[in-house]
Write a protein that binds this ligand. Structure first.
Ligand SMILES: *[C@@H]1O[C@H](CO)[C@@H](O)[C@H](O)[C@H]1NC(C)=O
Ligand SMILES: *[C@@H]1O[C@H](CO)[C@@H](O)[C@H](O)[C@H]1NC(C)=O
Ligand SMILES: [Ca+2]
Length: 319
């Protein structure tokens, strides 16, 4: 089966045309990087696309309480020669809650209007707090105004579509989920990548055979998945891929667009326990959830993700 999908995918690769690359897309990644290895996969995707000029990774913000989150993110960035990318850490390094508002204010405040894509691949704790944060010495705008003016799109791995319960929404901090989903500014796009999308796309097949020596990506997948396997669902990596390439950017990699919006109208609704459901309402058009495009198989997306997971940091091509 794996051989079959590799063949199909290699056929797709052979069609790659060289296109001039547009300017890198500015992104911030907000990650929990503790409960699953797919956050590691996401940072690999982001670093490779940063190094090949499609993304501008402005910062990584950690949204869980472990003192190891920032260290883990920095290990991956450093492996890809991007150890200088700012990371919002829990300070002091302890398991206390801490929201590194300064990191967000700094990254957003210095950004051009309507330019930043925030990719949320964990809990919505930081973003909820940012939405409610008042002006202070770091910023004369409040958090909501800053989001409204600087953020182009919030891409969220969370929820199940059209309805269900999922861990990022309901696991640790459903109150923040509700706050973000209900209070997100109407002028800024918000796009959801649900449990069902990434949960149906496995990746990591090529890690044991194609990784550079000492790859922390390989090590993370080996340790996490265990029992000799490195294959894992791709919730966060698929979300990150969309966050960087959008619906149309895949052509730059020689792939036809694998993702589409599943809806054109309506909004996400969240209960106190994080259970979500879609409400169709023609007055709301800034909210979408993602699904695979017609005729696209999970194998194609899996193959593309694997190229990033095994990518040699010294190779500045995208794939
Ligand atoms: C694709 O989906 C099928 C059916 O759910 C599953 O058995 C298979 O493992 C998936 N393959 C990949 C590469 O994700
Ligand atoms: C969430 O709350 C709703 C409404 O109270 C309930 O029907 C549902 O079973 C709950 N879901 C979970 C996973 O607890
Ligand atoms: Ca995650």
């Amino acid at each position: 089966m794996i051989a079959g999908f590799l063949l199909t995918a290699y056929a797709a690769l052979s069609l790659i045309v060289t296109t001039s690359l547009s300017s890198p897309k500015p992104i911030i990644i907000d990650t929990d990087i503790y409960s699953d290895v797919d956050d590691v996969g996401s940072l690999a995707v982001a670093n490779v696309l940063h190094n090949c000029g499609l993304a501008d990774l402005r910062g990584v913000v950690i949204n869980e309480r472990s003192k190891y989150g920032a260290l883990a993110a920095n290990t991956i960035n450093t492996y890809f020669l991007n150890g200088d990318i700012p990371i919002g850490a829990i300070r002091p390094l302890s398991d206390d809650t801490f929201f590194d508002k300064y990191r967000y204010l700094d990254s957003l405040g210095s950004a051009q209007d309507n330019s930043i894509t925030i990719i949320s691949i964990g809990f919505l704790t930081n973003i909820a707090e940012l939405l409610e944060s008042p002006p202070d010495q770091h910023s004369s705008s409040n958090g909501r105004e800053l989001i409204s003016s600087k953020v182009k799109e919030l891409v969220v791995m969370g929820g199940t579509y059209p309805a269900g319960w999922e861990f990022n929404f309901g696991g640790l901090d459903p109150a923040s989920t509700k706050a973000v989903v209900e209070n997100w500014p109407a002028n800024v796009a918000i796009t959801y990548s649900g449990a069902e999308l990434g949960g149906g796309i496995y990746s990591g097949y090529l890690l044991p055979t194609h990784s550079p020596p000492n790859s922390p990506i390989l090590a993370a997948y080996q340790w996490y998945v265990g029992r000799g396997s490195t294959v894992r669902e791709s919730w966060d990596p698929v979300t990150t891929l969309y966050g960087i390439l959008g619906l149309d950017g895949f052509q730059k990699l020689g792939f036809k667009a694998p993702l589409v919006f599943a809806n054109s109208i309506g909004y996400n609704s969240v209960l106190d326990n994080g259970t979500n459901s879609w409400v169709y309402d023609s007055k709301v058009t800034n909210q979408h959830w993602l699904e695979l495009a017609d005729g696209v198989t999970n194998s194609t997306v899996s193959f593309l993700l694997d190229q990033f997971l095994v990518h040699n940091p010294l190779d500045s091509r995208c794939i």
